[in-house]
Write a protein that binds this ligand. Structure first.
Ligand code: ZN
Length: 410
């Protein structure tokens, strides 16, 4: 097998970063002209791999190299090229460029199975309010109609966007894949957290992908005059909300051993005036973990706190569930293969969970799936300062190539 060509990998990552770049970072939203241009440019750069290029009904792209036996299910790898607004150069791009580099490394190898690189559409939720749309549709989860339901005012919905780009939303079912369609799916990604960067380990082998439970806690009190209302006559929604913010923190802290985390990321206060007691407060909560029972425990604690505070502060509190997904376990067999590869090559590694969602969680519904993380500087991601060193990138690609070499002959 050939070695990782770091110069080519850097050139491709930097080249893609040029699409959507400004002083504020890289903005290459799903299905934007920058997104299409980046993919077109990348395919031109790797034309010498002579891959067969196909697209499904919503624009997920498949790049295929034949195997000795073209009837066998291909080994699949891949990730995404779209970014958040003002994002960085590595999230998603690493997994696509890394997978293509693996094909260069294996160019002179005879492999039993075909190998495919998938470029998923619309992994980031920035444009349509839903994440991992491309892989969700492949896995039969959701429809263009559903993914249009969170469309922003005066902006194209997902369905309109498909039409604008020459796809027929009604054909989406043609993009749904059968279970077992691939031998397996492997995704290389930056960690997007700081564990590997701080421990100095080179590789993270992902065991579970955490699933977000997202909900709003709406507290309704009474918006009285801040000067004319004595303290014991108040029904202050923000004071009650503040107690709930602490309750959310405590609920997750009690479950932190099991990897559960919770965040109140948004607080909306109405009417939001210095001389009016807050009458209504909405807290947006993101609760995540890899252990369903632990997430449930945290949710129960939060619900108990809701009842308690409603009673104590004489306010009305409702919990409005937005999403509640199950955590996704990845393939243990594939994780073992990655562990053996790291041991053989004396590469330091850790078996860990992914706090962020990825296309791999939907691919796991179709085929055995695994993910490999490499460190990113200070854990920074979805930010222009996102950075992974060429050395760490090379190690990640080397491990991925070894796994593909093994699996494509299995
Ligand atoms: Zn990503």
């Amino acid at each position: 097998m050939k070695e990782v060509n770091q110069e080519r990998v850097n050139r491709l990552i930097e080249g893609i970063a040029g699409f959507g770049k400004s002083e504020k970072g890289i903005t290459r939203l799903a299905y934007s002209k920058e997104d299409f241009a980046a993919q077109k440019w990348l395919l031109e750069q790797i034309a010498d791999l002579k891959l067969t290029v196909t697209q499904d009904a919503i624009g997920n792209t498949f790049l295929r190299r034949e195997g000795k036996n073209s009837q066998l299910e291909p080994v699949a790898m891949g990730s995404h090229l779209d970014t958040v607004a003002q994002g960085g150069a590595y999230d998603g791009v690493l997994g696509v460029v890394g997978a293509l580099e693996v094909l260069y490394m294996l160019q002179n190898e005879e492999l039993e199975r075909p190998v495919e690189v998938i470029i998923f559409r619309a992994e980031e939720s920035t444009r349509f309010g839903f994440a991992t749309i491309g892989s969700k549709i492949m896995a039969g989860v959701g429809s263009p109609e559903k993914f249009s339901s969170a469309a922003k005012k005066n902006e194209a919905s997902f369905e309109e966007c498909l039409k604008e780009n020459g796809y027929n939303p009604e054909d989406y079912a043609k993009a749904v894949k059968q279970e077992g369609c691939f031998k397996c799916f492997l995704e290389l990604h930056i960690e997007q957290g700081k564990v590997l960067d701080e421990t100095g380990e080179q590789i993270g082998i992902v065991k579970n992908i955490a699933a977000p439970t997202r909900f709003k806690i709406i507290v309704e009190g009474i918006a009285d005059h801040s000067g004319a209302t004595p303290m014991d006559f108040r029904r202050d929604a923000l004071v009650a909300g503040a107690k709930l913010i602490l309750a959310v923190q405590e609920a997750a802290s009690e479950e932190s051993e099991n990897g559960t985390v919770a965040t109140v990321g948004v607080v909306e206060t109405e009417p939001g005036s210095i001389n009016v007691i807050p009458g209504k407060v909405t807290l947006w909560v993101d609760l995540r973990g890899v252990d369903s029972e632990s997430i449930q425990n945290a949710m129960e604690s939060i619900n108990e706190a809701v009842s308690f505070v409603a009673e104590e502060d004489s306010v009305r509190i409702t919990v409005d569930m937005l999403t509640s997904d199950e955590p996704v376990p990845l393939s243990e067999d594939l994780a073992n293969i990655f562990e053996e590869i790291c041991q053989e090559k004396e590469i330091s590694y850790r078996v860990m969970n992914s706090g962020a969602g990825h296309d791999a969680m939907h691919m796991a519904k179709l085929v055995p799936t695994s993910m490999v993380f490499i460190p990113c500087k200070d854990g920074i991601s979805h930010n222009p300062d996102e950075y992974a060193s060429p050395q760490n990138i090379a190690v990640g690609i080397e491990v991925l190539a070894a796994a593909v070499m093994h699996l494509a002959n299995e």
